[in-house]
Ligand binder design. Structure first.
Ligand SMILES: [Zn+2]
Length: 556
């Protein structure tokens, strides 16, 4: 099944102009993806940038001599056997020509062992075997590409300096590892250990290995089986969404460089899906900060809209609104507070679909994940107020401090967004000296505003929460400086929220806690500030050295 076939002629012309081997990183990519396709769980990558040599060794299914003889010939692939398959590509993409392309650009040597016997084979630049002899190696495959681009010096000259090429390779391997967390990566640079990425149950444990400042506890992962959503199950088969998200009160980036999307094991550019992530995270992060997010969708290849891919790496899906909705829902679920805040219980995801075992099916790897079974009703109990600013609350896992103003601001903001209402004033509000731009902005917000006299304006309709406020004039001036409706909603929520410094009674605090913990995004305020700080009991007992005292008094 996984052997290499020579393609029928009708398929050949459909394959676009071959693979783009444009850098050392591209050589690493093609070889590593081939290894993963061969079922490898351990890859050792040797990079010799100054020698223009890449070697990838894996423990996957090896090739026998017959396969090796065809492996680098033109238009050979083990993945595509007829033209129909081109449209139902199930693995990482169609890179059938990768080895042929590499043979054209480099000296290619493959050592491989499938059953008892291993072979060492070298190829010429046409991909024809020039030498094949028996070799003793462990099961798996070692592919070496040497003298890359030696007969194509302009390409070498066009490549960035070595340090940058190494960065490309490191980023590429990081992406591959996120897509395939069950694979172990050992990477060497000029015979010296460079970096490792360990095999782990899910991408949640991979990401901190790539971004060391992010901790596993800062990340939440949710797995959504589309088959559980009945109305679409028959269209989408056993599709699955895995969403890994950095909690907005714990990590974010100054660039949008960590909004990553993969489809069926391959990192892709998917503008509409990225957009859905960004809008799902709106008003949870500080200004000009971006989420840490890895979205991995498994779906039947028929759901990919092949007619719309201008670049091979850019991808569009059918039923895009459906996927965007699922992403939004997944983000909301992750951002909710859970009663077992830090105690995520790993659950085994059941092996999906029998189709995966059939030819033309697609694989949903089995792995452990932390699922999204949050409880919405928590048992946060108000026990006091600190400095008239923080609510001291007891949580099943320990002590929480909740800043009263921004917690209330989050509650009001979501209420206001859900039901933005304008209401007529009994007596119009008169304002003087508004600029044209300010008037324009107030009109865009649909506040009824007209000229009242020389330099005077009358406002006849205002956002409902502001209606009876003494600081109405100041509030409207503030809105006239804002950019859009969202900014206006944030400003109204902030103005109407309980000020810090206000004394609250226990029932008032409890009421606020109840409302706040049921908001969609309780972690941060609409400006992106964290709303609460938790002190888990485990940390408290460590601070108080509770383990020092065994069987003595001290109230234990
Ligand atoms: Zn505020």
């Amino acid at each position: 099944m996984n052997n290499i076939h020579t393609l029928p002629a009708e398929v050949i012309h459909r394959i676009t102009a071959g693979e783009v081997i444009d850098s050392l990183a591209a050589v690493v990519r093609e070889l590593a993806e081939n290894s993963i396709d061969a079922g490898a769980t351990r890859l050792t990558i040797q990079v010799y940038p100054e020698l223009w040599r890449i070697q990838v060794a894996d423990n996957g299914r090896g090739m026998d001599l017959a396969n090796l003889q065809q492996a680098a010939s033109a238009y050979s692939t083990s993945k595509i056997t007829n033209s129909e398959d081109l449209w139902r590509i199930t693995s990482l993409g169609f890179r059938g020509e990768a080895l042929h392309s590499i043979a054209q650009l480099a000296d290619l040597e493959i050592l491989s062992r499938s059953a008892e016997s291993g072979w060492q084979v070298t190829y010429n630049h046409q991909g024809k075997v020039t030498k094949a002899e028996a070799a003793a190696i462990a099961p798996g495959t070692i592919i070496t590409a040497s003298n890359i681009f030696e007969e194509w010096l302009p390409r070498r000259a066009a490549l960035p300096p070595v340090s940058q090429q190494l960065k490309q390779i490191q980023a590429l391997i990081g992406n591959l590892a996120l897509c395939h967390p069950q694979v172990q990566w050992q990477v060497w640079n000029n015979e010296k250990p460079w970096f490792n990425i360990n095999a782990v149950p899910s991408a949640r444990q991979t990401l901190p290995q790539i971004l060391p400042r992010v901790r596993v506890e800062d990340l939440r992962q949710i797995v959504l089986n589309i088959s559980d959503i009945t109305e679409v199950a028959d269209h989408l088969g056993t599709s699955q969404i895995e969403l890994l998200l950095g909690l907005p009160d714990r990590c974010h980036r100054h660039r949008a460089d960590w909004v990553k999307v993969a489809v069926n094991g391959r990192m892709v550019t998917a503008p509409e899906l990225e957009q859905a992530i960004m809008s799902g995270m709106m008003r949870t992060l500080p200004r000009d900060r971006y989420p840490v997010c890895f979205l991995h969708i498994y779906l039947p290849p028929a759901q990919i809209d092949w007619n719309r891919h201008p670049a091979k790496s850019e991808i569009y899906l059918h039923r895009m609104d459906f996927w965007q909705e699922q992403i939004k829902r997944s983000i909301e679920q992750i951002l909710r507070l859970s009663s077992s805040e830090e105690l995520l219980i790993p659950t085994k995801v059941a092996q999906l679909l029998t189709a995966a075992e059939q030819p033309g099916g697609y694989q949903v790897p089995q792995r452990e994940v932390t699922d999204g079974g949050w409880q919405n009703s928590l048992e946060l109990k108000a026990v006091g107020q600190l400095l008239n600013t923080y609510i001291v609350a007891e949580h099943p896992t320990g002590l929480w401090l909740v800043e009263q103003h921004i917690a209330h601001e989050r509650v009001l903001y979501e209420e206001i967004v859900n039901a933005w209402q304008l209401q007529d004033l009994e007596t119009p509000l008169l304002l003087a000296d508004l600029s044209e731009k300010q008037v324009d902005r107030l009109q865009k917000l649909n506040l009824e505003i007209d000229i009242f006299g020389a330099g005077m304006w009358a406002i006849r309709r205002v956002p409902q929460p502001l209606l009876n406020r003494l600081d109405l004039a100041a509030a409207i001036i503030e809105l006239s400086h804002g950019n859009d409706l969202t900014a206006a909603q944030v400003a109204v929520a902030c103005r109407c929220a309980i000020r810090n410094g206000t004394t609250l009674s226990l029932p008032e605090m409890q009421n606020l806690l109840n409302q706040w913990q049921n908001t969609r995004n309780p972690r941060t305020c609409p400006h992106g500030r964290p709303i609460y700080l938790s002190f888990p009991e485990s940390a408290l007992s460590r601070s108080f050295r509770r383990h020092w005292v065994i069987g003595k008094s001290h109230g234990i």
